[in-house]
Structures are given as C-alpha cells and as structure tokens.
Design a protein around this ligand. Structure first.
Ligand SMILES: Cc1ncc(COP(=O)(O)O)c(C=O)c1O
Length: 400
C-alpha cells in the first residue's frame, strides 16, 4: 500500500467554505471559492472577450495534454461528459468501422450502449465489475477479428475506482495497427496521459472532474488528422466534433449557446491547476488524499475492494460492513450531518460504498472523513467494519 499517511504533513489547503458539505464524489466535486466567484459576472457569447476565453481554455487544455508538436486540437462540447464521449464515438468511428470496447464497469458499459444507439458495430471484452483489461487479451481479440478498427478504454473506471493499464493497452492497439480512443473523464488533469508518452487518437474529459471546474461542458482532445477525417461522419448535428471544431476555428465561437459562466469558472480552475503545479502536483495531492483516507479507513476496520496496485487516486470502493447494524442509507445521512457527502457503490455481487479523493480538499479533510466514518459506525451500533467473507473471496479473485 502506498501508505505514507503519517510520513509528512502539508499545510492545509486554505479555501473559504460556504457552509456546504464536502463532496467526496467524482464530480460534481468540491470547488475552490475562487472558481465559484468567477461565475458572478455575465458574458456575451459572441463577444470578443468570451471568444478569447474559449481560445485560452483550448490552448491550456492542449498544454495539459502535452501537445508540444501541434498535432492535436481541443474541441469543447456543451453538455455533460457522456455527451462528449458520444460525440467522440460518432465523429471518429467511421460508419463502417468496428469498435472493441474494453469494459470493467458502468462507464465501459455505457460506451457499448452508446455505440448501439449510434449503430456502430462493436464487440466487447467485459471483465465484470472491476478486473482490469490486460494487453494480451486485447491482442488476442484484435488478432481474432481483423474487422476491428478502433479500441476504446476507460482510463479510470469510476464505478469501482480502478485505474486501467492505459499504456499497456495503447501499445498493444498500435502494435496491431488499430486506433485507440480514451474516456479519461475522471483522470485527465491528475493522472498522466501525455501525448508524448502515450499514443491515442482522441481523449475525452469534462469540466467538473480533476481540473476542478463546475459541470456544463466536456472536451475532446484529438489528432488533427482525425478531426479532418471526421467531416460529415457524425450522426448528430449538436454532437458533431468536426463541425464544432471547424466553427470554433473560423469564428472563435461555440456553435450553440455556450455555458459562459462554466467557462469562466473553468479558466479560474485552470489557473489554480497551474498554480498548484499541473498534473503531477494535482495527482500527488489526490494520491495523498487517498493514502491518508485508505490508511485511516483500514485502521477503522474497513476493507477496500481493490488491491493496492489497482487503487486510483480518484475514488476508492469500500466493502460495506457485514455487521447487521450497518445500513448504507443511515451511514450516508450520518456522514452528511458531519459535512461529508459520500457515494453509493456500484458492485453487483456485494454491497459497497465509495469515497472520492478529488476536488478542492486535502489530507486534513480526509482525516476528518475517517473520523466521521468511525463516529458514524459507533452511532449506528456497528461493532466491526469488517466485510462479509464473500467480499473478501471476490477480492482474492482480483489478486490472483
Ligand atoms: C469514466 C467516466 N466516463 C463517463 C462519465 C459520464 O460523465 P457524465 O456523468 O458527466 O455524463 C463519467 C462520470 O463520472 C465517468 O467517470
């Protein structure tokens, strides 16, 4: 376990609070006061000032992606993250293309469902709730089916919190002459996915994840050659990445009403991201959040679903205690009373809950989260946080 909880202590992340609970959820998440404050003014969508803000946002996101050669471009899309995933699929997978979808949770399943809506041929490797897709099995699937043109993988599968082996998968995809698309919704900005280190055609994320903005748009960062090839391919007017890209390049504007306040907030979030030290520093804070929180929860008797090597710094799944006095709804309310919103689990086999590590908070907050969890258990009359035996059996399957 990367447990360095008591090795060193950093100064608290000072940010004024407005009395609301911390969101220990993977977006919307707790944002800085300055990010909220940036929304206090109105912007004209066609005005030069706002166009400059859009251009700046695109430029800074390309910087974060590490596009040093100018081969990629960034296309913001209105809507939540799923809109951008759908836009990416409909724009970059040709109508006669075929996609291999790597599934190990809800977001991989949603991709397959989206491809169904789009009428794009696809096959899946489904690893269940949380087993990672691995290079050799992807290679075998690609060898077995020459019709596959694209592979899509979820970077951090937020439903379990597993960090999938993106580099391993990318290498296999390109060694087999196919193209990779990445849903990095909950990882971009905190987990490295730099264009120089990792090959892909397009990657998607959204405003309200690791950059710590508020919800309202997503963005597609794609190779310019793919953007050009996407002309006329999309099934949808509003989700056509090529059309949005082309219009933005020509006019500096979004094609339809942009989320002006969200963009203003996002620029402030980008400033804070830079000030903190970029992807490495953001990732380090989240990792520390995770380490402190996981160490404390384990001390309290809770067990994580995932073995340490697969734990992401984004969100952690814990098994619910076997003690019959434990009920998630009650635990949720008790945690909320103490200022923390947690997240239900998404496992199908055993009961679980999740605690997010991302957002404007640090290890000092995470220590209070652990304390709140301990106190809540006592209030519920739960003597032990240990999970049922079936949960531990599940976990040893993963370790094998
Ligand atoms: C990996 C991943 N993909 C897609 C989505 C969907 O994003 P949204 O809920 O913003 O549509 C999420 C949301 O958390 C996610 O974590």
């Amino acid at each position: 376990m990367p447990n360095t909880a008591s090795d060193r202590t950093i100064a608290p992340l000072e940010t004024p609070r407005l009395g609301e609970p911390y969101l220990l959820t993977p977006g919307p998440l707790t944002t800085a006061y300055e990010v909220k404050e940036a929304m206090l003014r109105d912007w004209g969508s066609w005005d030069g000032d706002f166009r400059a803000m859009t251009a700046e946002l695109r430029r800074q996101l390309l910087d974060i992606a590490g596009d040093t050669k100018g081969e990629f471009d960034c296309v913001p899309m209105q809507g939540s993250g799923s809109f951008s995933v759908e836009a990416m699929l409909g724009s970059f997978v040709p109508r006669d293309g075929k996609v291999l979808v790597l599934i190990n949770g809800a977001y991989g399943k949603r991709i397959a469902q989206t491809l169904g809506y789009l009428g794009r041929d696809h096959v899946t490797i489904d690893k269940g709730d949380y087993m990672p897709p691995r290079g050799p099995e992807v290679a075998a699937a690609l060898n077995a089916d020459p019709a596959i043109t694209h592979v899509i993988v979820v970077h951090c599968e937020t439903s379990s919190g597993i960090l999938n082996p993106l580099k391993e998968i990318s290498e296999v995809v390109y060694a087999n002459g196919r193209k990779l698309l990445v849903d990095s919704m909950s990882a971009f900005g905190a987990v490295p996915a730099g264009i120089a280190d990792l090959r892909y055609e397009a990657i998607v994320s959204s405003a309200n994840k690791c950059i710590e903005g508020v919800p309202g748009f997503g963005f597609v960062i794609a190779r310019k050659t793919e953007l050009e090839a996407a002309k006329g391919r999309s099934h949808s007017l509003s989700l056509d990445v090529h059309a949005q890209w082309d219009a933005m390049n020509k006019t500096g504007q979004w094609r339809f009403t942009p989320p002006t306040h969200v963009v203003a907030a996002f620029l402030e979030a980008l400033r804070l991201h830079r000030e903190e030290g970029g992807v490495a520093a953001r990732g380090a804070r989240y990792t520390r959040n995770r380490d402190v929180m996981v160490a404390g929860m384990r001390e309290a008797g809770f067990e994580t679903l995932l073995a340490d090597r697969w734990l992401s710094p984004i969100i952690v799944t814990f098994f619910s205690p076997a003690d019959p006095a434990f009920a998630f709804d009650r635990f949720y309310e008790l945690m909320k009373e103490k200022g923390f919103i947690i997240y239900p689990g998404k496992l199908t086999v055993v009961d679980s809950f999740r605690v997010g590590c991302i957002g404007r908070m640090d290890e000092h907050v995470m220590r209070r989260v652990v304390e709140a969890a301990r106190t809540s258990l006592t209030e519920m009359g739960v003597a032990s946080a240990a999970p049922p035996a079936v949960a531990l059996a599940e976990r040893s399957r993963l370790a094998a």
